[in-house]
Design a protein around this ligand. Structure first.
Ligand code: DON
Length: 592
């Protein structure tokens, strides 16, 4: 059964090697297995509580502990984020890291300001709209595009961390890598989730990459859960970064290793050059904020679609009295499903890198436009999929509906420090283990496959087409919620490809409309619509919802692949801080 993470079917390219088709099939099967194997709920994280202070929620306890050590030493949320992301690069190499990109939404308690940072990967300057096209103009098969140098975008995570640290950090940069370097040198215990991925075909493909193979298959077999795994090359990278600063990533031996891995790939050459790396900049962007239930919900603008799509969903729901009926109500779920459908339709039609294509950000969030859009769903009941995109004020005439591709490979971090600064940051290498190639101890992303492969659909230019220096459209949705006094009170976000928007929106509704505590909010069964069928998470809790939605005419697909990884923090009205990590993955929420 296809799930929301599955790639849309693409026509096979005549004349391609039969072997390539077989590899693609094997990888597709591997991804299905990997997802299916990753859904057990044995690793549920305990919610944590603390009095008015600091807390971190992230995908791995070692990463959380490294961040807490920084907070205990007087560091800020921004300082802790560097340490958390460094350790995640090591212990969760399938998901995020130095070889990828990230977005961060930061609240500064001193000034009361929200700043958003864009560390999204960029396409090489030599890339153009034909990057993922065959000679005959047809799109490459998705899985053929992923592995190798072609899909690798110029990594942005290190420049993002540099800006966060420069703007909001207080601890010395070099002190932030100590735990990550020690763990990489001495080894860490492999988690069940990493062991599962390495043992699946999606991990097995890493054997073809000598650097990755030397780390993950040094003894021939993949490591079992609990085995100790060292990564000396990554320990060396952490030491260089600590001693020489962030520039050491973008020029010199680390940069050389990245360029060589991309350009010298034996079967799928990439275009990234030393100049692309040296020119990379993390950008400060305008936050995308909407009012909702006497709060302000702030997220990431383009090149992420997250802030706009979630802003649309919530603005549509502001018209919906039925949403308050709670997670077991088919009426509430229907309101959310229908709002998601409209938002995903606009996402496909209008969103891309706003530095390069025209994106009608204000028009898409215009309350009058969304009030008109709400007319399509106001009477309730199921609406036909796909819902059409709207024509927001200021819309250019360029867009055509298009689909992006998604793979597991993302991680969300939420941090609050004792001063009340809050950070919501999502990082990604796109698919599990990214492009399947390692440089200087870290996996390189395949984020360029987030571009739409076809630049032209029905004679109209697709906004998310490949272009030189362009950033591919993302669904990552790091989000902060501010109270009526403008103070940050919630940090929310998740991995999950395009489904991130739905997971995050549902969790915001669970917190703001259903008044659920964090642990319950992240555990609510997912009901998700990406502008097609409605996916309902398997499990007894979903049965009733699935039945009542089906009775109301919704096309339901049950699936065990809605593997969100929500890591959230909430400040309660009395000032206590609570947090929770998603029971579907291995994360924890802990106080110092
Ligand atoms: O930026 C994006 O939207 C995707 N590259 C994220 C991929 C993802 O979340 C896979 N996760 N589990």
């Amino acid at each position: 059964m296809p799930g929301p993470h599955a790639s849309p079917r693409r026509r096979p390219v005549p004349g391609r090697l039969f072997a390539a088709a077989l590899i693609a099939l094997a990888l597709a099967a591997a991804l299905v297995l990997a997802f299916a194997g990753m859904t057990d709920r044995a690793h549920a994280a305990e919610p944590s509580d603390t009095d008015g202070g600091a807390m971190i929620a992230a995908a791995d306890p070692r990463a959380v502990e490294a961040g807490l050590a920084i907070l205990r030493a007087g560091g800020t949320a921004a300082d802790a984020a560097v340490a958390v992301q460094a350790v995640l690069t090591l212990v969760e190499p399938q998901s995020s890291g130095l070889g990828g990109g990230a977005f961060a939404v930061h609240y500064d308690a001193g000034s009361g300001t929200v700043t958003t940072y864009d560390g999204r990967e960029t396409a090489p300057m030599a890339a153009d709209a034909s990057l993922f096209l065959e000679d005959d103009g047809r799109p490459m098969a998705f899985l053929e595009a992923v592995t190798g140098g072609r899909s690798v975008g110029t990594p942005g995570t290190v420049r993002l961390l540099e800006r966060l640290h420069a703007d909001h950090g207080v601890r010395p940069w070099e002190s932030l890598f100590a735990d990550a370097a020690a763990l990489a040198r001495d080894g860490f215990r492999v988690s069940p989730r990493l062991a599962g991925y390495l043992a699946s075909p999606v991990g097995n493909r890493l054997r073809a990459d000598p650097a990755a193979s030397a780390v993950f298959f040094a003894d021939g077999d993949p490591p079992a859960a609990g085995d100790r795994l060292a990564n000396p090359a990554l320990a060396e990278t952490f030491s260089r970064l600590a001693e020489d600063g962030p520039d050491a990533f973008y020029e010199g031996p680390i940069a050389d290793a990245v360029v060589a891995a991309v350009r010298d790939h034996p079967t799928n050459l990439g275009l990234m050059t030393a100049e692309d790396l040296a020119a990379y900049r993390a950008m400060e962007r305008a936050p995308v904020c909407v009012p909702y239930r006497a709060r302000r919900v702030c997220g990431m603008g383009p090149p992420s679609s997250g802030g706009i799509a979630i802003g649309q969903i919530l603005t549509l729901l502001a018209h919906e009295g039925r949403i308050v009926q709670g997670p077991d109500s088919a009426m509430a779920r229907e309101a959310l499903i229908n709002a998601m459908m409209l938002a995903y339709a606009d996402r496909s039609a209008w969103l891309g890198d706003a530095d390069i294509v025209e994106v009608p950000v204000d028009g898409l969030l215009d309350p009058r436009y969304l009030a008109r859009r709400h007319g399509l769903i106001a009477t309730g009941g199921a609406i036909d999929a796909p819902a059409p995109a709207g024509l927001p004020p200021g819309a250019p005439r360029h867009a055509a509906p298009a689909e992006s591709e998604d793979r597991a490979g993302t991680s969300h971090i939420s941090i609050r420090d004792a001063a009340g600064n809050m950070l919501s940051m999502t990082g990604s290498i796109e698919g599990p283990f990214g492009a399947g190639i390692m440089a200087a101890g870290f996996m390189l992303n395949n984020e360029l496959t987030d571009f739409d492969f076809l630049p032209l659909v029905n004679g109209r230019l697709v906004p998310n087409r490949v272009g030189p220096g362009k950033r591919p459209l993302s669904s990552m949705s790091p989000t902060l919620v501010l109270d009526a006094d403008g103070r940050a009170i919630m940090a929310v976000g998740s991995p999950g490809g395009r489904a991130i928007i739905g997971y995050t929106a549902q969790t915001l509704v669970a917190l703001l409309d259903w008044d659920l505590p964090p642990a319950a909010a992240v555990a609510v069964p997912h009901v998700l619509n990406l502008n097609g069928p409605t996916y309902v998470e398997v499990g007894a809790d979903g049965d009733r919802i699935a039945e009542s939605l089906a009775a109301r005419g919704h096309r339901i697909e049950r699936t065990d692949r809605l593997v969100s990884g929500l890591n959230i923090l909430v400040v309660t009205p009395d000032g206590a801080v609570t947090g929770a990590a998603d029971p579907r993955r291995e994360g924890v929420a802990r106080a110092p």
